[in-house]
Design a protein around this ligand. Structure first.
Ligand code: ADP
Ligand code: MG
Length: 789
């Protein structure tokens, strides 16, 4: 079969044969030319030509073509019966067809049927059988001559089309074919349901009717021109269901169908998938993402999350800003090296890795960070593993807060709490100490009064007194720090107090150091005890002197300042308002931050033993606090130090300033004094002093005894001198009781410790006489005189 002639050869042969036939007819050529032509045609046909003999019921002839169509050779077929060629079923059909012709049931002698032939290899081949019955000269049927054509290919494509049609009909997607003017030609079941169109309405419906109003322009101006131009269009559309009016989102593919012969547009086909559900889910997802992002942006902490490779997947806006980016999307896909904190990247990634690998959260890690703008901040970070539904770790979630400010405030608070408790302790010690010092100083002074300076013991007693006085100074400082100094605030101008001190201060610092004084104009008034200003200035100036090695300068300056909210949030302990500012600065050695942190603590000193007590600044601190002010210190090693003291401006009306008790030596008189003191030693020493001063004395160790004495006393009592804190009854209540008996009774309170009984937060009530223990004889004489007069 392989040397099958080509068509050209065939054609040439046929032409030759025809010419031969013609020649035969015209020139009486031999008749075998015609036979040869038929043989050739039979042998070379693609169809199988055969003769089936009706008397033998076998094939008597079969063309060679059977070999390549059914695998048998022509010889194989010759002599074969119908059983050899067909299956039982098919054989019956063929026999029936032959029978019908033979019986003359039909008015034709031809057969045309499709039947499956057996191929030699066992498969079945669809063939179209075309046969005609042959009769002999007597008119008896002798055979069928037939042509069988292989129609397997044709059958297959027919089957394919049938399957395709069924697929389209049953497809869940809408399939529609319309004429170029939009009239529907075909719409599958899914389409009918989607669009609400019944079978009979399909041909009357224009596809544009199902396009919602707002999309018609798009269809006319974009979709159709694209199909005309490119042959197809793909995109998202909406349809309207004509029954329900509901809208359906679809993904549509439309394409043209062109007449293969003329090339003109015949139909527009369209396949549309309902994506309403998907769209709704997408919108829902988008919405929930937006809500999530809004929530993340609203919370006052930084949030981010990363995948297992430690690449950022998302964050809130605060985090993006910290990282140096505008929008949260900007960080997606980046790692820590691409953030504003390159230096810390390795550390952060190590934490992430630990969390991802262990599945254990790392909670509340305090860690420093350098911001993109270069600021040092402190973060409180938690890192938590992220898991999918199955529990597998997919990444890490990070949350952190900037706790820089909180930490500073915390430290400031801790410091002030520490100072508070140290102050309470110091105050308690000072109280007992002052009582003892009262006895020592009193006794020493009494002894000195009875001695002549030439006496051998005089020097010893004098030394005891001097040291006792120095001790009294220490306790006074401690009390000042503890804010337990009993003070008499007066309305005053800082400038004039400072001016009156300048000479003394200059002597204090010596000639090598310049003292510069810069008073502010119209300085606001403050209400303070002037002696406390002395104490502040003396301490600050002496410290400045100590900080200057050889030569230098100390500047004292005053100013009016208004502090706002911003300043006060940054400085714990300050309150917005108007203040007078007293600043003392020097260009001395300055301080390092460690020293700065402790300077206000009592007994903190960097000076050699004997040079400093460490109480100076503690005292300054206490005084300023007692007056509702606060202190700011600026210092740097080698650059000097500035102390700034803020005292609240006094805004009330000017009160009359009570004159100080006369300091002039006071002497005793004929008056009678009732002395009440629960410490027997102190009672005794004061009694002796007052007697020495020339007063008449009634002494009582308890308030009860004092009342009894007063009731029994015949003459008048001019002055009650009493301790404030006593068992049974305090000094103030005692005074009240006695005033009922002696309405003109004068009162002088004494205490080693401030007590709210007579002073509110250490500030004496107007017109109350008070003497602080320990005191010298001269002090006592003056105070008693002042109280009596
Ligand atoms: P003292 O003067 O007895 O040491 P203070 O309470 O007055 O105690 O001061 C405490 C410490 O504060 C000092 O020992 C010193 O280290 C430091 N200090 C105070 N003022 C200054 C200053 N102007 N310059 C440098 N250091 C100072
Ligand atoms: Mg000092």
């Amino acid at each position: 079969m392989s040397e099958k002639p080509t068509y050209e050869e065939l054609e040439k042969r046929i032409q030759e044969l025809e010419r031969a036939e013609f020649d035969r007819k015209s020139v009486e050529a031999p008749a075998q030319a015609s036979d040869e032509m038929y043989r050739f045609l039979v042998e070379n046909s693609n169809d199988i030509l055969w003769i089936f003999n009706l008397s033998s019921m076998t094939y008597t002839f079969c063309s060679k073509s059977v070999e390549h169509i059914l695998g048998y050779t022509a010889e194989d077929v010759r002599g074969a019966s119908l059983d050899d060629v067909f299956s039982k079923e098919t054989k019956r059909r063929i026999q029936a067809a032959f029978g019908a012709v033979l019986a003359g049931d039909i008015d034709t002698n031809k057969i045309l049927i499709e039947a499956e032939h057996k191929h030699k290899d066992g498969r079945l081949v669809w063939m179209e059988i075309n046969a005609v019955m042959q009769k002999n000269l007597l008119g008896q049927p002798i055979s069928f001559i037939g042509v069988s054509r292989d129609i397997t290919e044709h059958k297959r494509s027919e089957e394919e089309s049938r399957r395709l049609a069924s697929v389209i009909r049953r497809s869940r997607e809408l399939v529609n074919v319309a004429t170029p003017d939009g009239m529907m030609f075909f719409l599958n079941d899914a389409g009918k349901k989607m669009l609400g169109i019944s079978e009979k309405d399909v041909p009357q419906t224009n596809i544009l009717r199902v396009i919602p109003e707002h999309l018609r322009d798009k269809v006319q101006q974009e979709l159709l021109p694209t199909i005309y131009r490119d042959g197809h269009w793909e995109g998202e559309l909406q349809y309207r269901n004509l029954k329900t009016g509901g809208l359906i989102d679809v993904h549509a593919i439309a394409f043209n169908i062109v007449d293969p012969v003329t090339g003109t547009l015949q139909f527009i086909a369209n396949v549309s998938m309902d994506i309403t559900e998907r769209k709704r889910a997408e919108a829902e997802l988008r919405e929930s993402r937006e809500v999530l992002q809004a929530v993340l942006n609203a919370i006052p902490v930084r949030v981010f999350w990363k995948d297992r490779e430690m690449t950022y997947l998302g964050c809130n806006t605060q985090f993006a800003r910290d990282a140096g980016f505008e929008k949260t999307e900007d960080i997606i896909g980046k790692d820590d090296y691409a953030m504003g904190w390159r230096e810390q990247a390795e550390r952060y990634r190590a934490d992430d890795r630990a969390v991802i690998e262990s599945g254990q959260a790392k909670l509340l890690i305090e860690e420093p960070q350098t911001t993109p703008s270069g600021d040092q901040i402190l973060l409180l970070t938690s890192k938590i593993p992220l898991r999918d539904i199955s529990g597998a770790i997919t990444g890490v979630l990070g949350i952190y807060q900037d706790i820089t400010e909180r930490k500073t405030l915390e430290a400031q608070l801790q410091q002030s709490q520490k100072m508070e408790s140290v102050g309470r302790l110091a105050g308690g010690v000072a109280h007992d100490f002052n009582n003892m010092l009262s006895v020592i100083i009193g006794r020493a002074e009494l002894a000195l009064m009875d001695l002549s300076p030439t006496d051998s013991i005089y020097k010893d007693i004098l030394a005891i007194k001097t040291v006792a006085n120095r001790s009294a100074d220490l306790t006074r400082q401690l009390l000042a720090f503890a804010r337990k100094q009993t003070i008499s605030p007066k309305l005053l101008n800082l400038n004039s107090i400072i001016e009156s001190m300048l000479t003394m201060l200059r002597q204090l610092i010596g000639e090598d150091i310049a003292l510069i004084w810069k008073p502010a104009d119209n300085l606001w008034m403050v209400k303070m005890d002037p002696t406390q200003i002395d104490q502040i200035l003396a301490n600050l100036v002496v410290n400045a002197r100590d900080a200057i090695k050889d030569i230098g300068m100390v500047t004292i300056e005053t100013a009016n300042v208004v502090l706002d909210e911003a300043y006060c949030t940054a400085h714990a302990g300050s309150v917005p308002g108007q203040y007078t500012l007293l600043s003392v600065s020097d260009n001395g050695c300055g301080m390092n931050p460690e020293t700065m942190a402790s300077i206000f603590e009592p007994f903190f000193t960097t000076k050699p033993i004997g040079m400093g007590t460490g109480l100076g600044l503690a005292m300054v601190y206490g005084i300023v606090k007692q007056n509702n002010g606060f202190i700011d210190v600026h210092s740097e090693p080698g650059k000097g130090t500035t102390f700034q003291i803020y005292q609240p401006r006094y805004v009330g009306k000017a009160a009359q300033t009570s004159s100080e008790a006369e300091e002039a030596a006071a002497t005793g008189g004929p008056e009678t004094i009732l002395l009440v003191e629960d410490e027997p030693e102190i009672l005794e020493v004061i009694r002796m002093i007052l007697i020495k001063l020339g007063y008449q004395l009634l002494a009582a160790a308890t308030p009860g005894e004092a009342i009894r004495l007063a009731e029994d006393h015949a003459g008048t009592i001019h002055l009650l001198m009493t301790d404030v804190i006593m068992p049974e009854m305090n000094g103030r209540d005692l005074a009240k009781r006695l005033l009922a008996l002696y309405p003109d009774l004068k009162r002088l309170f004494m205490s080693g410790y401030t007590a709210d009984v007579i002073a509110h937060h250490g500030i004496l009530e107007e017109g109350v006489h008070f003497i602080q223990k320990p005191f010298s004889i001269a002090d006592l004489a003056a105070k008693v005189r002042a109280a009596l007069d």
